[in-house]
Design a protein around this ligand. Structure first.
Ligand code: DGL
Length: 274
């Protein structure tokens, strides 16, 4: 019989904290264990093979720490690694454990955010290259036209706390202009990288008020609650003491300092090796 443990939340670095924050706000009774693979972030420009390998290592580590449920709070990992982990690895390494992503919950909801039927997906090179959003949205809403835009510099801006100033503004403008030049009918932009909400203020300034800009945390958190209500056997394996813990593959002090800025509270982190 598996023992109960925290819900694991995985990201390449700090981006998943935007999801964790909302999970903690809406599910405060649960225990969460966050793992940021900061030493190897960003994942976006890496090959499919590396993203899969790194993500699997992260998931295995969270399993070893006692998690029975892991949320990949990272679109790049969700797009490039989740399916293989669910279909190939889990049945062998941990048939009773579950790994969920952020991509599917988002694609299920996009229709309610657009009137024109044309949306923008802003993501990392890995997410865009995988075409996962285009493929998944096509399954649910074949009439919706999806315009993708890779934003290679945005994760680096966030990881380096460059959230304002002329450099950040330049790159925020650049990718938004590229996206908006693809169609005048885009009325909803999805920040399909969990790092991007940290650039929200800048992004909002550069886009017409008639275009909605949506982050995933608000979509993913209620979906996770519903998932646990539907899967009581998994819910029973999730500890509910309201505890929070943080792991990073890089320097723990640096993580604590930056994560405090993004997460909005003091925290203790431990360095681990994957
Ligand atoms: N936060 C991630 C995502 O949602 C990862 C970005 C990266 O490491 O490139 O895609």
């Amino acid at each position: 019989m598996d023992k109960a443990g925290p819900i694991g939340v995985f990201d390449s670095g700090y981006g998943g904290l935007t999801v964790l924050k909302e999970l903690v706000r809406t599910m405060p009774q649960y225990d969460f264990l966050y793992l940021g693979d900061n030493a190897r972030a960003p994942y976006g420009p890496r090959s499919f093979e590396s993203i899969y390998e790194f993500t699997l290592q992260g998931v295995k580590h969270l399993f070893e720490e006692g998690c029975s449920l892991v949320v990949l709070a990272c679109n790049t990992a969700s797009a490039e690694a989740l399916r293989t982990i669910q279909q190939k690895d889990l049945p062998i390494i941990a048939p009773n454990k579950r790994v969920l992503g952020v991509l599917r919950p988002t694609t299920e909801e996009v229709e309610s955010y657009t009137k024109s039927g044309e949306i923008g997906i802003m993501g990392t090179q890995g997410t865009v290259r995988s075409r996962s959003y285009v493929i998944e949205i096509e399954k649910f809403f074949p009439e919706i036209i999806v315009h993708q835009q890779a934003c290679p510099m945005w994760v680096s801006l966030v990881e380096n706390c460059e959230l304002e100033g002329p450099g950040a503004t330049h790159y925020v403008k650049k990718y938004l202009e590229e996206l908006m030049s693809k169609s005048a009918h885009i009325d909803a932009i999805f920040l399909a990288c969990t790092h991007y909400p940290l650039l929200y203020q800048l992004i909002r300034q550069e886009v017409s008020p008639s275009v909605g800009i949506y982050s995933q945390a608000e979509i993913v958190a209620p979906k996770l609650i519903t998932y646990l209500q539907r899967h009581l056997e998994i819910d029973a394996l999730c500890l509910k003491n309201g505890d929070l813990a943080f792991l990073t593959t890089d320097n723990a002090e640096t993580f604590q300092e930056k994560a405090r800025l993004f997460f909005g509270r003091e925290l203790q982190a431990k360095r681990i090796k994957l």
